[in-house]
Design a protein around this ligand. Structure first.
Ligand code: PLP
Length: 374
């Protein structure tokens, strides 16, 4: 069911229908500007990951600040962005199903589209699809730089796969996808840097081996919100793929900076607005945002700016808040902001962003790729 818009521009925040997904526009725009400023002195450009925001509006705001394009994980996300005019899209993932690949090739007249491969068996499939579509498909070799998910081993296996791609008439070898997902949420700065430095070394060595075999890498891409500073400073990566930085979440707020303090590079800008719907039991208030509104895979949400109130249990459509004895129980009907534990899957629960500034609704943005997991 397409969700009815929960607000209209000009409304007060307290009038928004809940549960609703809020963007604090001042904090959000500051995050976009901050990333652009941090990358400006480096060799790396941003190719923001759209699996976080799923929104053509946000993609275009990132591109307006210097992003070269967008990463997506799924063909459906690529479609939503390509149809909205995003000019350069990398599927930072393997797509092996022929019907999905045909959908991807059909986007080639609209946008620069690239996809990843990590298996020699996939190359003839990609070649056949590109030939049938009359397109030339850009392909990156994904290497496993330590995350242990997808990706061929760095070094010779990657070179062999790149040569196979380069030798296919309807494919273009475009470089390396080298993302260390597991490094992003290593809490300590030194440990996160160590994991990222190892990933960068694998990547640098592979780029060098490719160059010696006459294969250039126009794109070397990786790095997320937790590690992009290292990839961007390396001189090896041409792009970084941070996604969560525009919103942040309670889990990322637990990563530490070099001084041991929670990282404060980016501000929390994404919230689930929720209403107190019951306070029948002493010390407990119940809100209308359960785990169908706010993702709990990376921990429960936090209650924004209420240190004495803790979100302690999520069921489908209810959240239990424990109220500290010294705190007043929120009023029935009172609206509270929750900080999601994990931003990306929280976004996927909603059809609308409600942009808020100074306590007023300023805009409503459709989450066009919401639910697009195919
Ligand atoms: C999720 C993801 C990112 C972005 O990571 P964040 O932690 O959200 O910044 C980048 N690249 C790939 C391949 C990803 O899966």
């Amino acid at each position: 069911m397409l969700q009815f818009p929960p607000a209209a521009p000009g409304m007060a925040e307290s009038e928004i229908d809940t549960p609703a997904l809020l963007i604090d526009l001042d904090a959000f725009e500051a995050n976009l500007d901050r990333m652009a400023a941090l990358l400006a002195p480096t060799k790396a450009k941003l190719r923001a990951h759209a699996k976080t925001h799923k929104s053509p509006v946000i993609a275009h705001l990132q591109i307006a600040r210097g992003a070269v394009g967008q990463c997506v994980q799924k063909v459906a996300e690529a479609e939503a962005l390509a149809w909205s005019g995003v000019p350069d899209i990398l599927v930072s993932n393997e797509i092996v199903d022929r019907a999905k690949l045909a959908r991807l090739a059909a986007l080639a007249p609209l946008t620069r589209i690239a996809v990843c491969a990590d298996d020699p068996a996939e190359v003839p499939v990609l070649e056949g699809i590109a030939e049938a579509a009359g397109a030339r498909l850009s392909v990156l070799v994904e290497i496993d730089v330590g995350a242990g998910r997808c990706g061929v081993a760095p070094g010779e296996p990657a070179v062999a796969l790149a040569r196979q791609i380069a030798a296919s008439p309807h494919l273009r070898f475009m470089g390396l996808q080298a993302y260390h997902g597991a490094a992003q949420h290593i809490r300590g700065h030194a440990e996160r840097k160590t994991a990222s430095t190892a990933a960068i070394a694998h990547t640098e060595r592979t780029v060098e081996q490719l160059r010696r075999r006459g294969l250039d890498c126009p794109i070397v891409t990786g790095g997320g919100t937790g590690s992009f500073e290292f990839e961007a400073a390396s001189g090896v990566y041409s792009e970084v793929q941070a996604g969560s930085y525009c919103f942040m979440d309670a889990d990322y707020a637990r990563d530490l900076d070099g001084s041991g303090a929670p990282i404060a590079t980016f501000a929390q800008s994404l919230f689930v607005l929720t209403t107190v719907m019951s306070r029948a039991r002493a010390g407990i208030a119940v809100v209308d945002a359960g785990h169908k509104a706010v993702a709990v895979d990376s921990g429960l949400p936090l209650v924004w700016q209420h240190s004495g109130i803790r979100y302690v249990a999520a069921s489908d459509e209810h959240g239990n808040l424990a109220i500290a004895p010294e705190c007043a129980t929120p009023a029935l009907g009172e609206k509270l902001r929750l900080v999601p534990g994990h931003c990306d899957p929280t976004v996927d629960h909603f059809d609308w962003y409600v942009g808020v500034r100074g306590g007023r609704v300023e805009c409503l943005w459709p989450i066009a790729a919401r639910g697009g997991f195919s």
